[in-house]
Design a protein around this ligand. Structure first.
Ligand code: 3HC
Length: 333
């Protein structure tokens, strides 16, 4: 008979692994709340990658050159891959991808606020690469050291690809800035619209973030929302100067003492509205995801039927198929 390990011992072991900077793996014991937190965060992250294909997907058919189109297509495909790794990581915690998708399209699970804004010009594609992927990198590089093994490992590859995404965005913007006056204005307009939503990606301020303390104690999150937001601003201001654009924040100024940039407060009421479904494109983005899911039903059915056929073949010939073979031989087929 298997030995029953007391709950206290299991919890001590879990805490010791986390404290020693080792990884918790799917078959290890973990507190229910740790599992639930990971499912929540990884699912939201996966949904964000998939919904995040839509704003840029809007420009696939209208990219100004074959080169830009190929780059954008590759980027959108990367996002689909990120969603796949993340859903797979979530599944190691005992949930089913179909169930997570159902929760997304019925509005019971969140995805990042940033993907609820429209992409009005091609400069938005560049700004999404520079600011949105830049913010994603800031937030996600520390997740490579997350205490849960499958999530941490997925993040390593995702961050490498995000880094390319960020650079392609910056390169696109540099090209536009070397262009005409109208192109430069287009870049500035896109920066004006995306700056504050990018800062909001990091989540509410620490004072209003109910999950941060617990997630940091479990070493899922490594830094608070405000710490990462500050890091992003410090990283981005010199890039904006190099690019030749102004960041739309009159309170932005260098703090000599802190050795970093002070900046204004995002409009938290806007973040709350967007998170709760009232952003400019929430309804459209979820509806499109729902339609794509329904339109893809035949692909899932075909994949299941094919897997069943392969499994039956691997299990060896059944009496029925042997009988069919005999009949076919008798008929000279
Ligand atoms: N958009 C939507 N919801 C947000 C949010 C945002 N920008 N920021 C916070 N929230 C939600 C939280 O999910 C939480 O909701 P819940 O308790 O109902 O689940 C609530 O607001 C309170 O926020 P907390 O700060 O307490 O929540 P967390 O501790 O989970 O921190 C987070 C939020 C920083 C986004 C964290 O979950 C995280 O780091 N997640 C992993 C990264 C991620 O999901 N990024 C999304 C963007 S993906 C991306 O950018 C794709 C790339 O291709 C560009």
């Amino acid at each position: 008979m298997a030995e029953t390990v007391p709950a206290q011992t299991l919890e001590d072991r879990f805490e010791a692994v986390v404290a020693a900077e080792q990884r918790i793996e799917p078959r290890d014991w973990m507190p229910d709340a740790y599992r639930a937190t990971l499912i929540r965060q990884i699912a939201q992250h996966a949904h964000s990658e998939i919904i995040g294909m839509q704003p840029e997907g809007n420009w696939l058919t209208r990219a100004p050159s074959l080169r830009r189109k190929a780059i954008l297509l590759a980027k959108a495909q990367d996002e689909a891959g990120h969603g796949l790794y993340l859903y797979a990581a979530a599944e190691t915690l005992g949930v089913d991808r179909a169930e997570l998708t159902e929760k997304l399209i019925s509005g019971r699970q969140k995805y990042s606020s940033i993907f609820n804004y429209p992409t009005l010009t091609f400069a938005d594609v560049g700004v999404i690469g520079w600011l949105v992927d830049g913010a994603a990198i800031c937030n996600q590089v520390p997740l490579c050291r997350c205490s849960y093994g499958p999530y941490a490992r997925a993040m390593v590859r995702i961050c490498k690809e995000e880094s390319f995404h960020q650079r392609q965005g910056y390169e696109l913007l540099m090209t536009l800035m070397r262009g005409t006056e109208a192109q430069r204005r287009m870049v500035q307009d896109a920066v004006d619209r995306w700056w504050w939503p990018s800062l909001m990606m990091f989540g509410p301020s620490d004072a209003d973030s109910p999950n941060t303390a617990r997630s940091m104690a479990w070493r899922i999150k490594r830094h608070s929302n405000d710490e990462l937001r500050r890091r992003f601003v410090d990283m981005t201001v010199p890039q904006a100067e190099h690019l030749g654009v102004t960041l739309p924040d009159p309170e932005l100024r260098w703090n000599e003492e802190r050795g970093g940039w002070d900046f204004g407060e995002p409009d938290w009421s806007e973040l709350t509205r967007v998170i709760h479904g009232q952003g400019p494109c929430n309804a459209q983005r979820v509806e499109r995801r729902r339609t794509a899911h329904e339109d893809g039903a035949w692909v899932r059915e075909a994949a299941v039927a094919y897997a069943a056929k392969r499994a039956a073949e691997a299990a060896g010939p059944t009496e029925a198929s042997e009988a069919t073979n005999v009949t076919e031989q008798e008929n000279g087929k």
